[in-house]
Design a protein. Structure first.
Length: 351
């Protein structure tokens, strides 16, 4: 999730697959979504060791990603919330007994040269005030940011110490003051953890929604394509039966956004109709053919409408379908063929 994934080696991502398997096998499904609640409280337990700096950032960053994977084992690594992991890492990076002072030492007030050798408080204050008055706008912004981080580090360190005192029994939860102090210390990590819990519940629902939406879009695409193909087939069929040339048919399809479905004529008569080779001529089918130049019944072939019987037809000849022949014979194709012959002979005699 996000651009940070590009900077994380695949070897690191592979570590999370066994974590997902472990979660599925050993952690009850009902408990998994609550695992992100653990991460913000880990520094107070002491199991992560010393916090602060890059080491503290890395410990909390990875801990957050691991609990996300445990909470939702079906999630891919790229689906994990990197922003939440960064916030968790920032918590770990700011914690530590010397972090706040180290940050203040990086400000203009804390890094004025020479103040450490000046014993006179008034002179020291004058040197610092002079340095502060000469700061640029960017330097002032930097000092403000560092002071804010220092105060955040002090807050995190104080709340962690309070939670540790609650765990050790130094703070009595059964007194009003103790309960109030514990609740105040737990407020930020609790709210952070609840955000992870909410996401652990929502992520599978989002995946299911995206899956259903993709299936719905695919069905719409399939149906739309089928409807458009049918419309194009009907357009080509009727235009050809009406004797229009292929250029006119193509133009008509393109005007209706159906140009991609255009297919050259195959001169198939499976559905009956007038055969119209634009320039006349002979179709080369290869193999054996029946001589039906004077008309006639076709008794060969695998099945009706299979178009597997080669035939040479001429312009303006009309081929009847098998259903029409059967209907003419009252259900018998042989009787129907005989009646067709009779009709053809009578009509030809009148021509």
């Amino acid at each position: 999730m996000g651009f940070l994934d590009k900077f994380i080696p695949n070897e690191v991502k592979k570590v999370f697959k066994p974590v997902a398997k472990f979660s599925k096998k050993f952690i009850p499904k009902e408990l998994r979504p609550f695992l992100p609640m653990v991460t913000p409280f880990l520094p107070a337990t002491g199991i992560l060791g010393a916090m602060g700096g890059a080491g503290g950032f890395g410990k909390m960053y990875l801990s957050n990603l691991l609990t996300q994977q445990l909470a939702d084992p079906d999630a891919e690594f790229d689906d994990l919330n990197q922003f939440a992991a960064l916030l968790s890492g920032t918590q770990g990076g700011l914690m530590g007994t010397d972090t706040a002072q180290n940050l203040r030492n990086m400000t203009t007030r804390g890094s004025v040269p020479g103040t450490d050798v000046v014993s006179n408080p008034a002179m020291r204050k004058g040197i610092i005030d002079n340095a502060l008055s000469e700061r640029s706008l960017l330097t002032k912004a930097k000092d403000l940011g560092l002071e804010g981080l220092a105060k955040g580090a002090e807050y995190l360190e104080d709340t962690t110490k309070t939670l540790q005192d609650v765990g050790s029994g130094k703070i009595n939860l059964f007194t009003g003051a103790g309960a109030k102090e514990a609740a105040k210390a737990a407020a930020v990590p609790f709210s952070t953890g609840m955000g992870g819990v909410a996401e652990a519940y929502q992520r599978p629902l989002i995946r299911e929604f995206e899956k259903d939406r993709a299936a719905e879009e695919a069905e719409i695409e399939r149906t739309t394509t089928a409807n458009e193909q049918e419309a194009a087939d009907l357009t080509m069929r009727y235009y050809r039966q009406a004797g229009h040339d292929e250029e006119t048919i193509q133009n008509s399809l393109e005007l209706n956004d159906l140009g991609e479905y255009y297919e050259p004529p195959t001169e198939s008569a499976a559905n009956g109709g007038i055969i119209g080779l634009k320039e006349g001529g002979m179709l080369n089918f290869g193999g054996r053919e029946m001589d039906l130049r004077t008309g006639g019944f076709v008794p060969i072939g695998k099945k009706e409408r299979a178009d597997d019987v080669p035939a040479r037809l001429s312009k303006n000849e009309f081929v009847m379908t098998a259903d029409a022949v059967r209907a003419a014979g009252g259900g018998s194709v042989n009787k129907g063929a005989q009646r067709m012959y009779d009709v053809m002979n009578k009509l030809e005699a009148r021509a």
